[in-house]
Design a protein. Structure first.
Length: 87
């Protein structure tokens, strides 16, 4: 299985920089790195109404991302607290 390239929207990178504590950010980064090996990892859920968009949970935070199997890319769209991620 080929590894996927990780891409971040500028807004997602800014959201990550301002999230929670350093430990929270490190856990989220580790979880995102795991997506490069297996983007449909255990615990991911496909979002209704979006083509190939998924979300994973890490504590109280959610990561929304798109999988492009043709180019082997995972694009992170949003990283936010669970209460506000889908607004």
């Amino acid at each position: 299985m080929a590894e996927y390239r990780l891409l971040f929207k500028t807004s997602a990178a800014k959201e990550l920089a301002t999230l929670g504590t350093r430990a929270d950010r490190n856990r989220i980064i580790a979880r995102i790195r795991d997506l490069s090996v297996d983007p449909r990892t255990r615990g991911c859920e496909k979002l209704a109404g979006y083509a190939d968009r998924y979300r994973i949970r890490q504590g109280n935070f959610r990561v929304v991302y798109l999988i492009d199997d043709g180019h082997h890319e995972v694009t992170v769209y949003k990283i936010a607290d669970r209460k506000s991620v889908f607004r």
